[in-house]
Design a protein around this ligand. Structure first.
Ligand code: ATR
Length: 279
């Protein structure tokens, strides 16, 4: 019989997290023993909350809003990606209770595009990135690792984009004004929305694709709705579209592997389950 391995996602609020569904699906699919729980921890209780998981013998946990930055400072080891991105989304707890922090969001972003088009050549052209928050940092880290030659970065608060560019000195980033975000898409290979705009309950993105090449790929990290206004408009004009749900699914894979020793696959069955939960 395999070892009992318990894991969790921590955040606040946490009840809408789809991570338990994803990881428990894989635990069953790969015949493993354990459970992936959703644990609500208030920001002020983060240290004690994590200590409780250690004391209960958890093998590790995912981290979501609002703890991704705080947990980075509680880890004894932090991998290069999490350090650069400034956020930890995956923690492995060692036998002696020490914490290793990782960031798998950049992997999820890249793998989602590769799952759509395994031949997609990131190095063949520039990328237009909207937004300069935590998600943008993961996206830019991933794009740089893939050799994207140029990143045009537009954010409502320009200083945040400028700070991001300073934090990634090796990245080929051109900060452009938010008002120029549509013109700036001219000639790029891909357009990425990393802002929360377009998410159900939020304002729309308000973005015309008139300047985007018809063969550019468009992707949105927002997955609720699955087809945001941006993706619908892109689809209408024939651009390749990659929805955000795959980023969520693929970022979970290396986390699962760290705890359970199996790199799981994103099956149609799992994708359908997650989409059903969103409906
Ligand atoms: P995340 O970790 O998901 O990236 P975040 O760090 O809060 O979340 O970043 C949210 C992003 O959405 C930011 O780029 C933010 O722009 P600002 O830096 O100007 O705040 C962007 N965003 C949120 N609401 C917006 C709006 N109404 N118009 C334009 N951009 C918006």
């Amino acid at each position: 019989m395999t070892d009992l391995i318990n894991t969790a996602v921590i955040g606040h609020p946490i009840e809408h997290s789809l991570s338990p569904l994803i990881h428990n699906h894989w635990i069953a699919e790969y015949g493993l023993r354990g459970e992936y729980a959703a644990v609500d921890i208030m920001p002020d209780d983060i240290k004690q909350g994590i200590q409780n998981l250690i004391d209960q013998g958890y093998a590790g946990f995912n981290v979501t809003i609002p703890h991704k930055e705080a947990v980075l400072n509680l880890c004894q080891y932090v991998d290069e990606a999490a350090q650069k991105i400034g956020a930890v989304n995956t923690v492995k707890i060692s036998e002696n209770g020490s914490l290793s922090g990782f960031n798998t969001d950049h992997y999820g972003f890249i793998q989602n595009i590769k799952a759509h088009d395994s031949q997609f050549d990131f190095a063949a052209g520039g990328a237009m990135v909207l937004g300069a928050g935590g998600a943008a940092r993961a996206v830019i880290y991933g794009l740089c690792k893939q050799g994207v030659p140029e990143i045009r970065l537009a954010n409502r608060t320009m200083e945040k984009a400028e700070q991001l560019a300073l934090d990634f000195p090796e990245a080929p980033i051109d900060v452009v004004a938010w008002d120029d975000r549509e013109y700036a898409a001219e000639g790029v290979n891909m357009l990425v929305n990393t802002t929360a705009l377009g998410m159900s309950g939020m304002d729309g993105l308000d973005y015309s694709l008139d300047h985007l090449a018809s063969d550019a790929l468009v992707t949105d990290i927002v997955y609720n709705p699955l087809y945001t206004d941006l993706l619908q408009a892109a689809k209408m004009r024939g651009n390749a579209c990659v929805t955000g749900i795959g980023m969520l699914l693929h970022q979970a894979r290396p986390a699962f592997e760290k705890w359970y020793g199996v790199l799981p696959q994103v099956s149609d069955d799992l994708t359908e389950k997650v989409l059903e939960a969103l409906r």
